[in-house]
Ligand binder design. Structure first.
Ligand code: ADP
Ligand code: MG
Length: 252
């Protein structure tokens, strides 16, 4: 059974097609990279997986359960670290974690114990009673990751979890994410750091203009391109992302 199975997913916003009939699946236990330039449709696809985006057509299922028909069940199987900070800015990390655990029906005593463990592991324990808005960018990202893990999801979805995070923290996160995968969690990651995808992802999908350009085992892909190229060079070749989605040169 696939951890995530997307079949002919299409999403149209006011006549604009954001996701155009894509199909792919993420195998149980794997670390899967979902790559593409800004505006390609990655966050929309993730939204469909967590039930935040209503598909125009097509289906998404999580461990065999349809996301639309079985929303509560599928949502509980997923831990999401979203691209945007969708957190109450005045709430502190402790409360954010405990509330989220409650939302997924985790017993209060269990939630407290897990929250303590996660906050300590992520270096947030001393900051647990600070307002979200007062935390650094790197701490905010770690709170989102801890929140995503509090109900022990089988599928962890990370939408640009290392955006704006310094190199040291990024490398620390890579190690943590590898450990989380080893402990049995399936991971879907979107990132603009191709080195990150190369280090972590066993398979990658590349998406442009709402369509999948490629899905392949990362090592095989690099081998197919002669073995000496970095994933970033291959990515640029495949996605043609020397320009942005609207055809303009990227802003510097
Ligand atoms: N709620 C929305 N309403 C209208 N257009 C949207 C909405 N969300 C995303 N889009 C558009 O859909 C396209 C895909 O966006 P998104 O899924 O966020 O891409 P990515 O995550 O790959 O950057 C973009 O053109 C974006 O402007
Ligand atoms: Mg996005």
């Amino acid at each position: 059974m696939e951890a995530l199975d997307v079949q002919h997913l299409k999403k149209v916003y006011d006549g604009m097609t954001a996701v155009d009939d894509i199909s792919f699946s993420v195998h149980e236990g794997e670390f899967f990279g979902f790559l593409g330039p800004n505006g390609a449709g990655k966050t929309t696809t993730i939204g469909a997986a967590v039930g935040l985006v209503n598909p125009t057509s097509g289906t998404v299922s999580v461990f065999g359960h349809d996301v639309v028909k079985d929303y509560r069940k599928t949502r509980a199987l997923i831990g999401l670290s979203p691209q945007e900070f969708n957190v109450d800015m005045f709430r502190h990390a402790w409360e954010t974690l405990i509330n989220n655990a409650g939302y997924f029906g985790v017993q209060r005593a269990v939630a407290r114990e897990r929250a303590e463990r996660l906050l300590k592991r992520f270096g947030l324990w001393e900051h647990r009673f600070k307002r979200f808005q007062s935390l650094s960018g790197g701490m905010k990202r770690r709170v989102l990751l801890a929140r995503a893990l509090i109900h022990q999801p089988k599928l962890l979805i990370l939408d640009e979890p290392t955006a704006g995070v310094d190199v040291e923290l990024r490398h620390w996160l890579w190690k943590e994410l590898k450990t989380i995968q080893k402990q049995g969690t399936t991971i879907l990651l979107t990132t603009h750091y191709l080195e990150e995808a190369e280090q972590l992802c066993e398979r990658v999908a590349m998406i442009t203009h709402g369509k999948i350009a490629l899905i392949e085992n990362t090592a095989d892909l690099i081998k197919r391109y002669g073995g000496h190229k970095k994933l970033e060079e291959i990515y640029l070749q495949i996605t043609g992302s020397d320009t942005t989605e609207d055809g303009n040169a990227p802003a510097v």
